[in-house]
Design a protein around this ligand. Structure first.
Ligand code: ATP
Length: 455
């Protein structure tokens, strides 16, 4: 096929779209749908400046794709007397890097770390004053999106940096100007390591964004699809997208991505979009997302994911308690990576919380009957995708082990070498998960011993 024919083919496929940019989740939407209450809460807090008072710090938090960045930006853009600066700090690796990103958004050149954080903060203050003077306004809102990143700098002092920003607020006050910092993140204020002197200045203005419901997501999709496609998309397709993305995540970004990728698949087949195209899109997106998230995860998070994937697949039970996951994580480390020291139970619970924020897992806390209260976790990603992303060779073993478990349970007459049957029977009475986990290790140990003996 020549280039001309290729171009003609692609253009024909693209006929499905009228304005594809409406399915771009990186750009700001033309139209903001719903979220009236959150908008009102934020407007109420910011409008206090009219009474010559402004809270110094607002925390906006909630799960990914719940519309936090969109709503905050939308509100600030529509308050005419407020000047604002929106800074996404994801790319910063250090506190100083955050200061430089703020400076860049304020139109300033970056500083070298040797020039010191105080100089950076001083420059931020001067730039804010200059912007207010230029626009003839007195109220400034500094929005720090992905605020969590600030606290990943273990060597820097995030709490002190927040303190320094709050001091700017106090200094501006003496000049008749007001500053409010809006921190957007997945976690509430209580989750950050901040000194008491900072905590008391920050106050407790928080706005929580619930995950979107199916109906909310449907409304957002209806609006986007009406502008993005040349033909009307069927309602059942939009509803299917809404269902898939709101069942566990309530994530508008995911819903829009599903619709875009589903449409691309449909158009490459020369068809209109059908629910099955959305299913295929989900598989593709899940694989991509798993790769991206796991690539930037710590070794312990990866092992935890493997532990969860392993136990979920082997037992066919989606919900697992923190204690079970922890046990499996320890087993995994002692079996596979002798050099790595396992982290403690509390840290594992924290890592599970972080995993939930990435949308990889969901959790529920409640009664477990006679086992008391506890948190249970469920993977939202297919275990096979997780294992194949981290250690592809492990999947074959797991699948074989699962077949063996099935045989041991359903075929009492089947014979096994190395007393596997005897071991299995000894596990009788234990919980199924423990049985499976124990057996896996027995089998692996025997295999290892055998190969060691051979050598
Ligand atoms: N109310 C809404 N109306 C229209 N589009 C929305 C709305 N809420 C979210 N979206 C779209 O969904 C996507 C994700 O939204 P947004 O970035 O605001 O979520 P977030 O909660 O800030 O997520 P994260 O924590 O991952 O940054 C964006 O592309 C945005 O355009």
């Amino acid at each position: 096929m020549g280039i001309k024919e290729i171009i003609a083919k692609i253009e024909k496929e693209n006929n499905i779209f009228a304005k594809k940019s409406n399915l771009d989740t990186l750009s700001f939407p033309d139209n903001v749908i719903g979220r009236q209450q959150s908008q009102e809460k934020l407007v109420r807090l910011l409008l206090q400046y009219k009474q010559e008072y402004l809270v110094p710090f607002i925390s906006v938090y909630g799960r990914s794709g719940s519309g936090k960045s969109t709503i905050v930006r939308h509100v600030c853009e529509n308050l005419d007397e407020i000047s604002f600066c929106f800074v996404n700090i994801r790319r910063a690796k250090t506190v100083f890097g955050v200061a430089n990103l703020i400076l860049a958004e304020l139109g300033q050149a970056s500083l070298k770390s040797a020039q010191g954080i105080n100089m950076a903060v001083g420059k931020i203050e001067d730039s804010i004053v200059a912007q207010l003077d230029k626009e003839g306004k007195n109220v400034f809102v500094l929005i720090l999106d992905e605020y969590d990143m600030l606290f990943y700098d273990k060597r820097g002092n995030p709490s002190d940096f927040v303190y320094k920003l709050l001091v700017i607020e106090e200094r501006l006050h003496t000049k008749g100007k007001m500053l409010c910092i809006i921190a957007i993140s997945n976690n509430g204020l209580a989750d950050y390591a901040i000194d008491d002197r900072v905590r008391s200045r920050i106050g407790n203005s928080e706005i929580f964004f619930e995950p979107y419901s199916k109906d909310d997501v449907y409304e957002i999709l209806k609006d986007r699809s009406a502008k993005a496609f040349s033909k009307k998309v069927k309602e059942d397709v939009l509803m299917h997208c809404a269902e898939l993305s709101s069942a566990v995540y309530g994530d508008a970004r995911r819903a829009i991505d599903l619709l875009r990728v589903g449409a691309e698949i449909a158009s490459s087949e020369g068809k209109g979009i059908l629910p099955e195209h959305i299913d295929s899109a989900q598989k593709i997106l899940e694989k991509d997302r798993t790769t991206v998230v796991l690539k930037s995860s710590s070794t312990h998070t990866k092992i935890l994911c493997l532990a969860m994937a392993r136990i979920t697949y082997l037992t066919d039970q989606p919900w697992q308690s923190t204690a079970i996951i922890y046990k499996q994580y320890q087993n995994f480390i002692s079996r596979h990576s002798g050099k790595i020291k396992p982290v403690g139970y509390r840290r594992v619970a924290e890592l599970l919380n972080e995993l939930e924020n990435t949308g990889f897992t969901v959790s529920q806390t409640g009664s477990k009957g006679r086992h008391g209260y506890g948190t249970q976790h469920k993977l939202t990603v297919d275990p096979e995708i997780i294992v194949n992303t981290i250690i592809p060779s492990m999947w074959k073993n797991l699948a074989e082990n699962k077949a063996r478990h099935y045989d041991l349970t359903h075929n009492p007459a089947s014979k096994y070498p190395n007393d596997v049957r005897g071991k299995w029977d000894k596990f009788e009475g234990e919980q199924n998960w423990q049985k499976y986990v124990n057996l896996d290790y027995v089998i692996e140990q025997k295999t290892d011993e055998k190969s060691a003996n051979k050598k």
